[in-house]
Design a protein around this ligand. Structure first.
Ligand code: FAD
Length: 436
């Protein structure tokens, strides 16, 4: 039996790494890794699919991380901030209320407590969408000052039209006492998921996928962009328009919209459902600065529209001292946008000019000290859980099931999956296949 794996991102590689049967990975690019790719130039290493760090509670996944990195990692404690009215507020926002201007702190805590009382009396309607959930959980102040602006910026979608499915992705839900303590200035931490994280000492996040890619190299066909997938007589035929491959079993680890586009005889309602699956793309801007340790921040969240197009900055030199040259610092800027946003088509120069202007205005970098700059785009970055998500995704997956194509990975399963979730899914898939 020969298995075809479509896509050599983290999911496709992990699946291959655990398979005990014959397989081939078809990867459209000249290197594997997908969102987990890193770029090293002039001594700077950037994760250009966005800032990636390692954390998980899944022991098997953690053991795999340990095995793959083989000592090439450091443990770090998160030091994240939110830029609010020019101040650096501790992340998550509800744990940093004491750092807000007094009036904002008062408005947040008073509406939080009033809301809590109303909720406990059953006077607040149970939430039916993400925006209603924010009001229901945090009250007006925190919701309107931070949650709505930040979520609007990262999702590029009205929070009132986002589904509660999003909560499954691990949105922080702190106890009420913590929020009250935070308003008074008593230290609380909040959102423990990535409070402690690991990061490769050298090579950026790609150091995680490289060992698998190296081991599987003769099973990977590079520069093979899957353009057609057909099934006949129990066999799958996959082609990039030049070459053909035949498999007994097919696991797609590539984005589902592109997979559906490569298939014949897709019913109209399935095509429509596929067209209605929503996602965000990502622009990353990489900036190298000729100054030592410009700060000690891991991530800086930027909710306000007027502060720039970016929703998040990270500072890779704080993750590992080997990802920036000695005495230099680095900033990785993330801008999410819908796939049809004209910003994606703007020239690198124009994007860079605007980003650098905003970074300078906000005090994160001085133009005269910037020695390295680069821009990358990723078409598929974040699944958007809109209110029709379940309806559309289940229609598409029902169709794939009929065609006997299996799916594994973030955009293949069309879910908000982090690396650990992708690895878990690939390990489970391998176990299932190995046992047949
Ligand atoms: C901004 C951002 C930050 C993140 N930060 C973290 C983090 O800190 N920690 C964490 O655990 N997770 C993080 N993640 C999630 C993580 O990136 C994903 O879970 C993981 O990389 C998904 O891997 P994948 O293989 O499923 O998908 P992808 O990485 O999308 O890989 C898909 C692969 O398929 C290939 N492909 C696509 N089309 C075709 C085709 N037609 N033919 C052949 N090949 C094709 C692509 O080239 C790619 O190699 C982050 C994600 C983003 C967007």
């Amino acid at each position: 039996m020969k298995i075809g794996i479509l896509g050599g991102g983290l999911s496709g590689l992990t699946l291959g790494f655990h398979l005990k049967k014959d397989f081939e990975i078809l990867e459209k690019n000249s290197e594997c890794g997908g969102l987990c790719r890193s770029l090293t130039e002039e001594g700077f290493t950037f994760d250009y699919g966005g800032s990636h760090v390692i954390f998980t509670k899944d022991k098997d996944v953690f053991n795999l991380y340990r095995k793959l990195l083989h000592g090439n990692w450091v443990k770090r404690k998160r030091n994240s901030k939110i830029l609010f009215k020019g101040r650096y507020i501790k992340y998550p926002f509800e744990n940093g209320l004491y750092q807000l201007p007094k009036q904002d702190n008062y408005e947040c805590i008073s509406s939080f407590i009033k809301n809590l009382i109303e909720v406990s009396k059953g006077k607040v309607k149970k939430p039916t969408n993400f925006q209603e959930w924010m009001y229901y959980t945090f009250g007006k102040g925190i919701t309107e000052k931070y949650l709505i602006p930040y979520n609007r910026k990262i999702w590029n979608y009205p929070p009132g039209k986002l589904s509660l499915e999003l909560l499954a992705s691990g949105i922080p839900m702190p106890p009420a006492e913590d929020i009250i303590k935070s308003s008074l200035g008593i230290k609380t931490e909040g959102y423990h998921q990535n409070l402690i994280f690991y990061y490769p000492i050298q090579g950026g996040i790609n150091a995680l996928v490289k060992p698998m890619e190296e081991k599987l190299r003769d099973k990977i066909t590079y520069n093979f962009e899957v353009k057609s997938v057909a099934r006949e007589g129990g066999k799958f035929t996959v082609s990039d328009g030049k070459e053909e491959r035949k498999y007994d079993k097919l696991v797609s680890c590539m984005p589902i919209p592109d997979l559906i586009d490569s298939m014949d005889g897709v019913p109209k309602d399935v095509k429509e459902a596929k067209n209605n699956l929503k996602y965000n793309s990502l622009i990353t801007v990489m900036v190298g600065i000729d100054e030592p340790r410009i700060n000690n921040i891991s991530w800086m969240y930027i909710p306000a529209e007027e502060d720039g197009d970016f929703n998040r900055l990270s500072f890779p030199f704080n993750f590992s001292r080997y990802v920036a040259p000695e005495g230099k610092s680095s900033v990785l800027v993330e801008i999410t946008c819908l796939p049809n946003d004209p910003l994606l088509k703007q020239s690198d120069d124009k994007i860079l000019k605007q980003v650098v202007k905003d970074l300078e205005r906000l005090g994160f970098a001085r133009n005269s000290k910037i020695s390295y700059r680069n821009v990358r785009r990723s078409e598929y970055a974040y699944v958007i859980y809109d209110l029709d998500y379940n309806k559309n995704s289940s229609k598409v997956f029902k169709f794939l099931k009929k065609r006997r194509i299996e799916s594994c990975g973030r955009f293949a399963e069309f879910k908000y999956m982090n690396m650990a979730a992708c690895i878990r899914s690939a390990m489970n898939k391998a176990k299932e296949i190995n046992s047949t």
